[in-house]
Structures are given as structure tokens and as C-alpha cells.
Design a protein around this ligand. Structure first.
Ligand code: NZQ
Ligand code: ZN
Length: 381
């Protein structure tokens, strides 16, 4: 087990009827919020009304920044920074999925910085300060509600890059599983695939194979995601399955599931970000395509040990090949695409996708070559 430094300062308020509790929490940080949300799901499912009533009751005014796109884009983020500055907002409130929370984080940092917010993503500047951020999560997937990262796409350059820094941790995140009852099945699937992806990256890329406690955390969370997804797709009103999914996805990327693994990397994510930068596909869908292919390469290069262990513990199957099949079967059963062709991406584009991935690979200091990325993508044809 490798040394680690685990820190997570995010207060989580979890459960039914908890959105109202964000009001007093936000009021501790400021008087005027930039209220960030997406294409309108929060208006349809009642989250917007509950949240704005809570802010009003606590004496917090707000300026709206709506229209965050899934795979949030730089131009809209820059508009948010401008709005936060012009209106002298002293806090940010975000309601939605990972895209909304990520853009809100970027705005929170951008508002406290004199340069361009993209500087944080392209490695030109480090995030040192940010406006305090409060979130209401409506889509279990990314873990953004309890971590210090965010992902934004520079649509002009087709670069989907990330920024990180302790100042980006939300102060408080409300997780009310009832807000997820309105999710369409495709988003349930995307969220499940993403949570699984967060669990497997460090598990499979660690060089340390004797970190029993974290292996067990990963197995348990992955089993919980698989079980909850199956229940939700069968009965979308199943509150306890929604609750289990929500907390599992948060725990999958809040730092816990990587403790003790030492130096690990995110190869599936780095390849997926190139797919969503170029084709604007959902992050979960892109990961469902990349992961089975990446596992096939992993099996050839690293041997069967990890796949056998994960497959037995999570899917109850024997052998590495059966584990890869079980991943694919789970992704398919949730309705996710598992081949490039199923997402309408031609095999002829593989060199272009791999070339585009090299930007983030360099920024993240990974050893992956363009030929190796192509090798993975060929197995996803
Ligand atoms: O825009 P609205 O109207 O809100 O609709 C959204 C969007 O269309 C909808 N939705 C969200 N909650 C809903 C709902 N619809 C009905 N009922 C609800 N309760 O779902 C659609 C997708 O939302 P989005 O926020 O894009 O999905 P997700 O949470 O999967 O976030 C994906 C983004 O997060 C990044 C991804 O790359 C992608 O850009 N990631 C962020 C990470 C992080 N910050 O740590 C890590 C991840 O690996 C990932 O890269
Ligand atoms: Zn992810």
C-alpha cells in the first residue's frame, strides 16, 4: 500500500427534501449568487422552484446563468465569468449534472482571476482562488459534487481539457435522490458507465497489487452501481436504488477509491475526452465504447490478474475474458453503445481521434503514445 494524502472538505447533505437546506448554507458565504443551470431539466422537475425559494427565504439574491450544455463549452463559461464579475456575485450556486457543476467551478475560479479562464485548462495557470460554490446534484455520474476537478471543451480548438485545484471543491452539495427520478434511461446508463469508469481507472493502472482495503472499496462500489442500475431500469421509481446509485457515484470519484494505489492514470478518460471533443457524444457513452477495448489491450500487456479479480468480485464470473464480456454485457443492458460504429463514428477517423487525444495526454503527463491510443480504438471498431 502506497502513501497517500486524502483530503475532502465538501459537506454533503443527502436525502429527501434537502434542497431547502442549501439556502442557509449559501447565506453563510454571501448575498448575491450566480445561479448556474442547464437546458431546463431543473425547471421541469421542480428543483429550480425549490432552490430559488430556499435562496429567497435565506436572503440570497441571484443572477441567472442558464443554458449550460452537456459537455460544457468555453464560450458559455466565459460569459458566466463576465456575468459573475459584472454583477459582483460573491458565490455560485449550481443545479444540475456534472456539466453544470463543472462549468460553475470554472466560473468560480475565472471570476477570481484576471486572465482568461482557459488558462486553467491548458496548463498556463494554476487555480489558486475561487468563489464559494454550492451545488444541487441531479445526475449521479461524475463525482464533481465532491471533488476538485472540472472539465470544459474549447469548442474552437476541439480540446476537452480539465482543471483542478483545492479551491474548486464545492462548499456544500445537496444530494436528493428524488431529483434523479426524472432522468431518462440513457442518462441513467451514462451515469452508471461513468461511475464504473472512475472505479476502474486507478484499480487497473496501479502498479501496487497489495492494497486490499481500496480493492474492496472499489469492488463494493462497482457492485452497488451495477445492482442499482439494474433496479432503476426495471423500476424508475425505486427510491432506494436511486439513493444507492447517487451515493455510489459520488464516492467513486471523491478520492476514496484511489487511496493507497500510488501513481495511477486515467487512460480511458483521456481517450474518451477526445471522442466527446470531436463528436460531442455523452461522456458515459464514449467510455462504454473505450473501456472494453482498453481492457483487451490491458489483458495483452498486463496479464489477466486484475481482470480476474474484478470479474469474480463484481460480476461473479471466472476468467479475464469473461470479465471483459461482463463489462460489455452490463453496458449493453443499460443501453450504452460499446463500439465506435454504434455511435456513428467511422473507423477511418481513428488516427484523427488519437492525434486529438495527444494534447491531453501530454498535459496530464501520461506515457501513452498515439500508436497505443490507435491500438485501443481499433479494438472498438
Ligand atoms: O441541461 P439539463 O436540462 O439540466 O439536462 C441534462 C443534460 O441534458 C440532463 N439532466 C441532468 N439531470 C437531470 C437531467 N434530465 C432529467 N432529469 C434530471 N434529474 O442530463 C443531460 C446530461 O447532463 P450532464 O451534466 O452533461 O451529464 P453528466 O453528469 O454525465 O456530466 C458530464 C460532464 O462531466 C464531465 C464529463 O466529461 C462531461 O463533460 N466529467 C466531469 C468530471 C469531474 N468534474 O470530476 C469527471 C468525469 O470523468 C467527467 O469527465
Ligand atoms: Zn468520467
Amino acid at each position: 500500500m502506497q502513501n497517500f494524502n486524502f483530503f475532502n472538505p465538501v459537506r454533503i447533505i443527502f436525502g429527501r427534501n434537502t434542497i431547502a437546506r442549501l439556502g442557509p448554507e449559501a447565506a453563510k458565504a454571501g448575498k448575491k449568487a450566480l445561479l448556474v443551470y442547464g437546458g431546463g431539466s431543473v425547471k421541469q422537475n421542480g428543483v429550480y422552484n425549490e432552490l430559488t425559494a430556499a435562496l429567497k427565504k435565506s436572503g440570497v439574491e441571484w443572477v441567472e446563468h442558464a443554458g449550460v450544455k452537456p459537455n460544457p463549452v468555453l464560450t458559455h463559461t466565459r460569459e458566466g465569468v463576465k456575468k459573475a464579475r459584472e454583477n459582483a456575485c460573491d458565490l455560485i450556486v449550481a443545479a444540475g449534472g456534472g456539466s453544470v457543476i463543472d462549468e460553475a467551478k470554472a466560473i468560480a475560479a475565472g471570476a477570481k482571476y484576471s486572465g482568461d479562464v482557459w488558462d486553467f485548462f491548458c496548463g498556463k495557470a494554476a487555480v489558486k482562488d475561487a468563489l464559494p460554490l454550492f451545488t444541487v446534484l441531479t445526475l449521479p455520474a461524475t463525482g464533481s459534487e465532491m471533488n476538485a476537478g472540472c472539465v470544459v471543451t474549447n469548442e474552437e480548438l476541439a480540446q476537452k481539457y480539465s482543471a483542478h485545484g483545492g479551491a474548486l471543491f464545492p462548499r456544500v452539495s445537496v444530494l436528493d435522490p428524488e431529483t434523479t427520478l426524472s432522468l431518462p434511461p440513457a442518462q441513467v446508463a451514462n451515469g452508471a458507465v461513468d461511475a464504473i469508469a472512475h472505479l476502474i481507472e486507478s484499480y487497473f493502472t496501479t502498479a501496487d497489487r497489495d492494497v486490499a482495503v481500496t480493492d474492496e472499496v472499489v469492488h463494493a462500489l462497482a457492485r452497488s452501481v451495477v445492482a442499482a442500475t439494474t433496479r432503476i431500469l426495471k423500476d424508475p421509481k425505486d427510491y432506494d436504488a436511486r439513493a444507492s446509485m447517487m451515493w455510489s457515484a459520488t464516492l467513486a470519484l471523491n478520492g476514496l477509491a484511489g487511496c493507497g494505489y500510488g501513481g495511477t492514470s486515467f487512460p480511458n478518460h483521456v481517450i474518451e475526452h477526445s471522442l466527446s471533443a470531436l463528436y460531442d457524444i455523452a461522456h458515459g457513452a464514449g467510455l462504454a465504447i473505450v473501456m472494453p477495448a482498453w481492457f483487451k489491450v490491458h489483458l495483452e500487456k498486463a496479464g489477466p490478474e486484475r481482470l480476474e479479480k474484478f470479474g469474480a468480485a463484481v460480476f461473479g464470473v471466472k476468467g479475464a475474458a469473461a470479465a471483459i464480456e461482463a463489462f460489455e454485457k452490463f453496458f449493453r443492458s443499460a443501453g450504452a453503445p460499446v463500439r465506435l460504429s454504434e455511435a456513428g463514428i467511422p473507423a477511418a477517423d481513428i488516427p484523427r481521434i488519437a492525434k486529438n487525444a495527444m494534447g491531453l495526454i501530454t498535459l496530464w503527463g501520461m506515457k501513452l503514445t498515439q500508436a497505443e491510443v490507435e491500438e485501443v480504438l481499433r479494438k472498438a471498431e
